[in-house]
Structures are given as C-alpha cells and as structure tokens.
Ligand binder design. Structure first.
Ligand code: FAD
Ligand code: EPU
Length: 336
C-alpha cells in the first residue's frame, strides 16, 4: 500500500521529523518491481533501518522500505557455510542466527543497527572485521531495467566505509539479498580495542563466538547511545587518513594522538573522535542536539532537532578540526 505525506520519524534512527511524499514497504521482488513502475518518473529513496541517514528536508517522491525477509543456508564446503539473507532482515538478528548455528565470522559485528541490505553499502565494520571479510555475493535489482544482477566482492569495490553502491552505482541498484561466507572453524579476532579487557572482565576461560559477541555488545552499550533513547546514526564522520609526514608532525605536537596502520599504505588513520574531543566538542549541547558525551564521533538529537541543525553542527566541527589539526573530516552518514 502506498501512503502519502507520512512522517519519516519512526523510520530513521536520528528521529528527524520530515515527511515523505509517498511511502511504501515491499516484501517481495515483484512488489518492488510494481512500485518502481509506479514511481518511474519520481525521485526514489530506498531505506532499511534508517540508521545511517540524516534527513535535512522533506523527501519529494517515494521512500521505499525494504522488508524482504528470510535467511537460508544455501551451500557448504569443507571450510565454509554459505548463508543467504534477504535485505530486509535486521542485521543483528542475522548475527544472532549465525551464532546460534555456529556460523563464525560476524560475531564482532554484533549490535550494529540496520538491515542486511545496507550492510554492503558502506561495508559495515567494527572491532577489526568488515563485511568484505565474510562477503560471498549479492543480488541487486536494477532501478533502470528491473533486471537482477549478481555482484562478487570484487564488483562491490569495498573500501573503508565504501562500496561501488555509494560511488559509481549510487541510486542505480536495490540490494535484494546478500550471501555471506561463514567459517566452520572460527578464527577469533580479539585484537581490536577493548575486546580482550572485556573478555577478562567477563571472566571468559574458553573463547567462543558467543562470548566474543557478548563482549562486543557490552563495549558498544557502554559508549554508544541507544537510538531508541537518543537519536543518532553512529559515527557521523569517517576516521580520516593522513600522510605519514602529516602524522609525524601531529604526533610530535600531540604524543597521545590515536592512529592506526592502513594496509599497503604508509598513510595513517587518525581517530576522529579524539580530534573532535580535542577541539572541545565532546558533550557539547545546543537546545535539542549536540555531540554525545561518551563518544565525540556521534552527533545526537535529544528530541525535536532538525536535520539542518545537526548538519550545520557537523559543518562547524569539520571547520574546527581543520583549523586545529589541518585534517579534513568526511561525513560518513548519508545526507538526504
Ligand atoms: P539505511 O540507513 O536505511 O540506509 C543507508 C544507505 O543505504 C542509504 O543511502 C540507503 O538509501 C541505502 N540503502 C539501504 N538499503 C538499501 C538496499 N537494500 N539497496 C540499496 N541501497 C540501500 N556502521 C558501521 O559500519 N559500524 C558500526 O559500528 C556502526 N555502529 C552504529 C551504531 C549506532 C548506534 C548507529 C545508529 C549506527 C551505526 N552504524 C554503524 C551505521 C549503520 O548501522 C550502518 O550503516 C547500517 O548498515 C545501516 O543500515 P540501515 O538498514 O539502517 O540503512
Ligand atoms: N576517542 C577519543 N574521544 C572520543 C571518542 C574516541 O579520544 O570521544 C578515541 C578512543 O579513546 C580511541 C579511539 O578514539 O583511542 C577510537 O575510538 P573507538 O574505539 O570508540 O572507535 P572509533 O574509531 O571512534 C570506529 C568506527 C565505529 C566502530 C568502532 C569499533 C568509524 C567511523 N567508526 O569508531 O563504527 O563501531 O570503531 O570498531 O570507523 C559507525 O560506523 O557508525 C561506527 C560506530
């Protein structure tokens, strides 16, 4: 059913109250094709959980919500399970399904909000793992000719919070389903961040995908705001990469600056949360929006803020980080 002029507030984790001219959910590829035919000459926005979007204005045209459900083990070989999930499945529920069935590889990605269909969009990542590490293939429907096409990992051109769907093929395809390649024998990844400390705190004796998932959940809950309580879209900016020379100059002036190696590059990735905190923004609040007090990379809506307010705040943060450190932050959230 197509609804007209409805509020998108329940459909975005920032809780921004804008309206959609038309809104419809689809739970089969045929339903989607019909909606695409109907909206042929209109602007279209596909959404899953709305947890990586900042609406700065009402949406003219159609908002189409992916509700394609189903998870299926489609193949296995000596080393891997191949598990296909439809795009409207909630990501964390998919992770829980994998843990229950001993499909290993997504436990570090526990509790990331949103849907399966958006997971390849920005190659979601956390605690040392990205989608590209467990990706097998996906099927996507062309908005132009309605054909269904398969994409391999190479076709997706995954990068740090990047894929071909955010670049060359932006607004050209709707991701219908994703097949992940999950390990039969888990390769535990506990090097990143506070996972080891959390496992010690939990008094874990034998590692398992269950307790790694629980450790990740505990860490995330300790610093990331729950969108059900405070509107947000996770990290608002990417962690920026800088040249080695720039990094060394910064390190000399700020010996505690957190930085990470980048594979096959001499550039370093700098923690944007640290840069923003050093500029004095952590915990900043103006009226009903601001910067989270436990994670400076997360901008928040305390209720009733407009997307424009939050967008303008992000501009001020970019300016001040640029002025103090000579580093240009890039927004990670999709601005509509
Ligand atoms: P949406 O917000 O609905 O859409 C995101 C973009 O993808 C939009 O441009 C949309 O048009 C497009 N899109 C969505 N579905 C489809 C589809 N089926 N086909 C084509 N295009 C589509 N991200 C991380 O990577 N790591 C984290 O640790 C992380 N932590 C977060 C913590 C919090 C508290 C929050 C609120 C967000 C966090 N995020 C994180 C961001 C977010 O969870 C991910 O980007 C997630 O994949 C978004 O999924 P979604 O279904 O909500 O996408
Ligand atoms: N830091 C500060 N001040 C802050 C926040 C962070 O100094 O206010 C420092 C921390 O002390 C630490 C470093 O920055 O030394 C990194 O912080 P953290 O481990 O919290 O991770 P992050 O770099 O801020 C990234 C991802 C998250 C992901 C976590 C865990 C990006 C843009 N963000 O955050 O992803 O969950 O690592 O892997 O890469 C998202 O994309 O929405 C997201 C939440």
């Amino acid at each position: 059913m197509v609804q007209t002029n409805i509020s998108l507030k329940p459909y975005n984790s920032f809780g921004i109250d804008v309206s959609a001219e038309w809104f419809a959910a689809f739970s089969s590829a045929d339903e989607l094709r019909n909606l695409l035919k109907k909206s042929k000459n209109e602007n279209k926005l596909i959404i899953g959980g709305g947890s990586n979007i900042l609406f700065t204005k009402d949406v003219q045209g159609y908002v189409l919500k992916n509700e394609l459900k189903g998870i299926e083990l489609v193949n296995e070989d000596e080393n891997y399970f191949y598990v296909k999930a439809n795009g409207g499945e909630v990501w964390h529920e998919f992770v829980l399904h994998c843990i229950e069935n001993n499909y290993a590889g997504v436990e570090n990605l526990s509790l990331i909000p949103g849907c399966v269909g958006a997971s390849p969009m920005q190659n979601i990542g956390a605690y040392g793992v990205e989608i590209k590490d467990v990706f097998h293939e996906l099927e996507a429907l062309s908005i132009e000719d309605f054909s269904v096409q398969k994409f391999s990992g190479k076709d997706c051109a995954f990068g740090y919070r990047e894929s071909v769907f955010k670049r060359k093929l932006k607004n050209k395809f709707i991701i219908l389903n994703v097949t992940y390649r999950l390990n039969k024998r888990p390769k535990f990844n506990i090097e990143y961040g506070a996972i080891k400390q959390e496992l010690e705190k939990m008094d874990v004796q034998d590692l398992s995908i269950q307790n790694i998932s629980q450790a990740v959940i505990n860490i995330r809950q300790s610093k990331l705001p729950n969108p059900k309580e405070i509107g947000n879209a996770g990290s608002f900016f990417k962690n920026p990469a800088v040249s080695e020379v720039h990094y060394l100059a910064l390190k000399e002036k700020y010996p505690n600056i957190p930085a990470y190696e980048i594979l096959n590059s001499s550039d370093k990735k700098i923690a944007a949360g640290w840069l923003i905190e050093q500029c004095g923004w952590k915990g900043f609040r103006e009226n009903n929006y601001g910067v989270h007090s436990l994670q400076a990379l997360v901008l928040v809506n305390y209720g009733g803020a407009s997307g424009k307010d939050i967008y303008n705040l992000s501009g001020k943060i970019i300016e001040s980080v640029k002025e103090k450190f000579g580093v240009e932050l890039e927004r990670e959230v999709n601005i509509i």
